[in-house]
Ligand binder design. Structure first.
Ligand code: BJ8
Length: 425
C-alpha cells in the first residue's frame, strides 16, 4: 500500500497499533508464501494488487459507496444469499476469520476448545482490526454448527447490528420450507436496511451477477483438471479467498481474463510443476483469508493442489441459480434450491458430500486426498471417517490432518505431509 489510510482506519474505530501489527504479519506471510512462487500466470498480478489493497483501496471503495447511500453487509457463511444483497444494490462481503488474533482476550469469552475459525471471528472484533467488520451496516451470522451458533450469542453483545439467520439441519421438505422462510425474512430485512424494494427485475440482476462470478470460478476449477497444470493451488486458493471481498463484476472480468491466459498456457504446455508431481485434492473446513498454512506446506513438500472441496472452494461456488422464473416466489424457490445443495457437514445425513469428493478427485485427476479439519470442529471431523473409508475403497490414498492457525505444529505437519507425498510418488 502506498497511500496512508490511517485516517480512514481511525474513522472506522480500528485499533491502529494492533491493526498495523496484523498488516505487517499478513504482508510478511504473503511475501514469503506467494511472492516466492515461480512461473505464476501474469493474471495473478491483479490478485496480488487486490491483496496489497485489501484493507486499503477496497475499504475506501466501501466507504465511498456508503457515502452515496449504499449499504455494506458482512457475512460469516456461504449460506447467506448474495443475490438478495446485490438485488438491493448493497455490497456483500465475507468476514475475515483465518488468523489468530487477541487469543487471550478471546478465551475470556469462548472456551479454549473452540475451533480457530470461530475464535478468529471473535478476536478480530475484540481487537478492532477488521475494517470490513467495522464498516458493515449489518453483520449476518447463521445457525450452522453449535460453536458458531453459541458464539453469535456473545458476539451479539459486542455489536448492535448482528442479524442471525436460522438454517435447517436436514434437507427435508420441512428443512426446505425453513430455508425459504429465512430467505424471505432476509430479503425483507435487506429491503428495510436499504430502503429498496426487491422486485423480479432486481432479483434477476442479483442472480446474474452472482451466477457470472460462479461460472468464472467453475471455469478456473475445470482448467486445473488439466495436465499440464497452469496454476498453483496456492494461487487458486487466493482467488477463492478474494472472491469474498472484491467487487463482483470486476472480480469476474479479472478471473475470466486469467482463465484465458491459463487456456493459452495449457495449449503451450506450460506447467507450474514438473510432470509426475503428485496431485492433491484438499477437502474439509473452509480456509478463510489469510489461512494458507496447510496449502503452503503441501506445495513445499513436492505436491500440488488441484482442487478444494471447501466453502472457500468448490463447495461454496458450485451450482447456479435458475433464473427462468418470472415471479418472485419462483425466484426465491430457485435460490433455496441452489443453496440447499451446499453439502456443509452441519447437515444430516450428508452422504452427497462423499459423492462430490469422489467425483471431484476423479475430474481433477487427483492422486490423493488430504482431509483438513480444524481442531474441535465436530461436524467435519465426524465426516472424515466415512469419507476416508469410501475413498480407500475407490483406491484413493488419504491423509487426515487436524490443526489450527498456530505455527506450533508446522514441523510435525511438514513431516506427515512429506511422508504422504512420498507414498503418492
Ligand atoms: S456452509 S462449512 S461456511 S458453516 S470449522 S465454524 S463447522 S466448528 S465453517 Fe462453514 Fe457455512 Fe458450513 Fe460453509 Fe463450525 Fe467447524 Fe468451526 Fe466451521
Amino acid at each position: 500500500m502506498t497511500t496512508d489510510y490511517t485516517p480512514m482506519w481511525r474513522e472506522l474505530g480500528l485499533d491502529i497499533t494492533a491493526h498495523n501489527t496484523l498488516l505487517s504479519v499478513l504482508g510478511d506471510a504473503y511475501s514469503d508464501i506467494y511472492l516466492t512462487q515461480t512461473n505464476r500466470p501474469e493474471g495473478m498480478a491483479y490478485f496480488n494488487f487486490v491483496m496489497s489493497e485489501v484493507h486499503g483501496l477496497r475499504i475506501k471503495e466501501l466507504m465511498e459507496a456508503r457515502n452515496q447511500g449504499r449499504k455494506v453487509i458482512g457475512c460469516y457463511c456461504t449460506f447467506v444469499p448474495e443475490e438478495i444483497t446485490l438485488a438491493a444494490e448493497a455490497i456483500h462481503v465475507g468476514l475475515c476469520s483465518g488468523a489468530d488474533f487477541a487469543m487471550d482476550e478471546v478465551e475470556k469469552y469462548l472456551p479454549r476448545n473452540t475451533c480457530a475459525l470461530i475464535k478468529s471471528s471473535m478476536g478480530f472484533k475484540l481487537a478492532k482490526v477488521c475494517p470490513y467488520l467495522e464498516c458493515a451496516d449489518m453483520v449476518v451470522g447463521e445457525n450452522t454448527c453449535d460453536g458458531k451458533k453459541k458464539a453469535y450469542e456473545t458476539l451479539g453483545t459486542m455489536m448492535d447490528n448482528l442479524y442471525v439467520m436460522d438454517l435447517p439441519q436436514m434437507k427435508s421438505p420441512e428443512g426446505k420450507a425453513l430455508l425459504k422462510a429465512e430467505f424471505i425474512r432476509y430479503k425483507e430485512t435487506v429491503e428495510t436496511l436499504t430502503g429498496k424494494t426487491i422486485d423480479v427485475a432486481a432479483l434477476k440482476k442479483g442472480v446474474t451477477i452472482a451466477n457470472d462470478k460462479r461460472k468464472a470460478m467453475a471455469r478456473l476449477a475445470a482448467l486445473r483438471h488439466h495436465r499440464p497444470l497452469p496454476i498453483s493451488g496456492l494461487d487458486a486458493l487466493l482467488i477463492n479467498q478474494v472472491f469474498f471481498y472484491d467487487d463482483p463484476a470486476r472480480f469476474t472480468a479479472s478471473l475470466n481474463a486469467l482463465c484465458e491466459e491459463l487456456e493459452t498456457r495449457i495449449a503451450q504446455e506450460i506447467s507450474v510443476v514438473p510432470e509426475g508431481t503428485p496431485r492433491i485434492l484438499i477437502a474439509g473446513c473452509p480456509m478463510a483469508l489469510p489461512n494458507w498454512k496447510l496449502p503452503a506446506i503441501i506445495e513445499n513438500s513436492g505436491a500440488i493442489i488441484v482442487s478444494e472441496e471447501s466453502c472457500v472452494g468448490e463447495r461454496g461456488c458450485r451450482n447456479l441459480v435458475d433464473d427462468t422464473a418470472d415471479d418472485l416466489d419462483g425466484l426465491m424457490d430457485a435460490l433455496v434450491d441452489r443453496y440447499l445443495a451446499i453439502d456443509c457437514a452441519i447437515f444430516t445425513p450428508n452422504t452427497e458430500r462423499i459423492d462430490h469428493i469422489e467425483a471431484m478427485a476423479k475430474a481433477a485427476q487427483a492422486d490423493g486426498v488430504i482431509q483438513y479439519t480444524l481442531n474441535f470442529c465436530q461436524p467435519y471431523a465426524m465426516e472424515t471417517l466415512p469419507i476416508e473409508k469410501s475413498l480407500e475403497t475407490s483406491g484413493l490414498p488419504t491423509l487426515r490432518i487436524e490443526t489450527d492457525y498456530s505455527q506450533e505444529d508446522m514441523g510435525q505437519l511438514q513431516t506427515r505431509v512429506e511422508a504422504f507425498v512420498e507414498l503418492l510418488k
